[in-house]
Ligand binder design. Structure first.
Ligand code: NAP
Length: 560
């Protein structure tokens, strides 16, 4: 898979067929949509990005909650494009929401993307017109836009999940969702605050809110394995080193299973080491911070139950050593599911926060919380609060796509095809939906999103080149290829410990009541995903049907 790191160096593309408003319509202006726009425009394809929100950035526009920051290193939470390497100043290892949001807006400025982005506009339907072999995209402003290629870049965590909490309508205080945090911020100083949820979002919110609130009560249904982030500021020297080694850094991220700037492999499994060595290695990973604990200690943490339990127990011991109140420490220890069966959050003094006098933890085991005018009731106890912060997660991966009426050949509805879970070829294509391309969509790798987007966009750009060269009007995968890839995606998950424990996890879809457990993501890592993509393109796209009917002679477009 090779595409120049500076868009504009690749030849322009052109396609025959009926006239369209734009060659490409992209749904969503988050990181994936922005990266797609840079690519398609550089290939000479007229493109419009349609975004429901009032600005670009997707999750980084909406998630303005206190403490929001990336869990990936800032310098790989971006694009490996020369145009935005030398003039961007990464400030911290894990960039804050304002820094990340600022970065994506900066990218839009540098590449002059704004004229091709339509904000405050929601895509309601996209219907494939079989006669003209184009897509008809309808938006909530009553407009229809025709295009040859429909690219969905709707984000993996973009549709908030908000359970129906009984009594909320009568709550006398204020309440907020982290996923729709007010732009002007919320002053929590001196207030009694509740946080509901203990996922990656809540784990970022809790230590910050605890500093301002008079009192903070955390409502926990399931404890998480929280890894210390060990954030730090980046010096000018650090930034120089990043800029000088930018290409190698991204090569490393492309090879690292989860798209991070770290080693692809620890080079050992837990059983290779003595118990003393095991503890030393885990301790080094813990002290190094971030996901190094998972990826640079033992290579079998996700696949071997004994190795996983070793790493899980190490974390429990850390929790017990950090949290002074033994009862609270026990409640914070995950005990009945393996490490990584739920996405481990990165903490910024998370466990330490429970040592504060103004912070309490409420265990929801065996209870549903109900809300009363004065606060939150759990069993016999009413916890009086002024403000409730809900951090209850997302209908991930398929939620947003399911809300759009996407119809392929024969009027088939995409969400009806996916009632048992998504089924794709390489996470990017669907049989029966010609020229529908998904960037960082269902069954794409569970990894650092900008890296996943980069891999998808580069591969789709190559596919478009192949179509141009063949004079193809449409590309569509075979049903057999979709079956095989979807089965493989399931098998990869089955080879891990991730299904064990029966706990809810958004990366199986089981955090949403009634949603079937399915392989909604490729858990085999970025490298193996790229190998599968390269195998398809390298072999001349054996699994993809190119429709070249009514081929018009194509005048070779000049190189740009
Ligand atoms: P989440 O991990 O799904 O956590 C949702 C929390 O809400 C869980 O603790 C869940 O409990 C709880 N919850 C749900 N329904 C509830 C109910 N009816 N009563 C009580 N509690 C309830 O969602 P998230 O924290 O928003 O994180 C989602 C993903 O977003 C993360 O895994 C991560 O990939 C991404 N994220 C990334 C970053 C970053 O990279 N910086 C930051 C934040 C989030 P159960 O566990 O029992 O279901």
């Amino acid at each position: 898979m090779s595409t120049p790191s500076s868009p504009g160096q690749a030849p322009s593309l052109s396609f025959s067929g009926v006239d369209v408003d734009r060659e490409v319509v992209v749904v969503g202006a988050g990181f994936s949509g922005v990266r797609t726009l840079i690519e398609t425009r550089s290939r000479g394809l007229s493109t419009v990005v349609v975004e429901a929100g009032p600005d670009i950035g997707g999750t980084w526009y909406w998630n303005r909650y206190p403490g929001a920051r990336t869990d990936s290193q800032a310098w790989v939470y971006g694009f490996p494009l020369a145009g935005v390497r030398d003039d961007w100043r990464w400030e911290e290892r894990f960039a804050t929401q304002p820094q990340t949001y600022g970065y994506i807006r900066h990218v839009a400025d540098v590449y002059d993307l704004w004229p091709d982005i339509r904000l405050n506009t929601r895509v309601e339907s996209a219907v494939y017109d079989e006669d003209d072999r184009i897509w008809r995209v309808r938006t909530d402003d009553g407009t229809e836009t025709t295009c040859r290629f429909l690219v969905t870049a709707t984000g993996q965590l973009s549709l908030p999940y908000f359970p129906d909490f009984p009594g909320l309508a009568d709550f006398a205080g204020e309440w907020y969702r982290t996923s729709k945090w007010p732009e002007e911020g919320v002053d929590l100083t001196g207030k009694r605050v509740a946080v509901v949820g203990t996922g990656a979002t809540a784990v970022q919110v809790i230590p910050i809110v605890a500093q301002d609130a008079a009192h903070l009560t955390v409502f926990q249904r399931t404890p998480n394995y929280v890894l210390p982030a060990r954030n730090d500021a980046l010096s000018e020297h650090d930034v120089d080193v990043i800029r000088k080694n930018f290409d190698e850094i991204f090569d490393r991220a492309f090879a690292q299973p989860f798209g991070m700037d770290m080693s692809a492999s620890a080079g050992r499994v837990a059983a290779d080491c003595t118990p003393q060595e095991q503890q030393q290695i885990l301790d080094r990973g813990w002290e190094a911070g971030g996901f190094r604990y998972l990826f640079e200690t033992f290579d079998d943490i996700l696949t071997d139950e004994a190795a996983n339990e070793l790493a899980s127990e190490f974390i429990r011991a850390k929790i017990r050593s950090i949290v002074r109140d033994p009862r609270t420490a026990e409640l914070l220890c995950p005990k009945d599911y393996p490490l990584a069966a739920k996405r481990p959050p990165l903490g910024h003094y998370y466990y330490e926060t429970f040592n504060r006098d103004n912070v309490d933890l409420v265990d929801l085991t065996g209870h549903e919380l109900t809300i009363e005018p004065a606060g939150i009731r759990v069993g016999d106890t009413l916890h009086e609060v002024d403000v409730i912060v809900f951090a209850t997660g997302y209908d991930a991966i398929t939620g947003t796509l399911d809300r759009i009426e996407i119809r392929g050949r024969g009027g088939a509805l995409l969400r009806d095809r996916w009632t048992e879970g998504p089924r794709t070829y390489l996470g990017m294509l669907v049989d029966g939906f010609p020229n529908l391309f998904m960037v960082a969509g269902p069954q794409s790798p569970f990894a650092n999103i900008p890296v996943v987007s980069e891999v998808c966009v580069r591969w789709l750009s190559e596919l478009l080149t192949a179509m141009h060269e063949r004079g193809a009007v449409t590309a569509e995968p075979s049903s057999a290829a979709v079956d095989r890839f979807s089965r493989l995606t399931e098998e990869v998950i089955d080879a891990t410990v991730l299904r064990r424990g029966g706990k809810t996890s958004w990366y199986l879809g089981t955090n949403i009541p009634g949603k079937p457990a399915a392989a909604v993501m490729w858990l085999g890592g970025v490298g193996s995903f790229r190998d599968l993509c390269d195998a398809e393109s390298g072999a001349g796209y054996p699994e993809i049907t190119f429709d070249t009917r009514d081929r018009q002679p194509i005048a070779s477009a000049p190189d740009r």
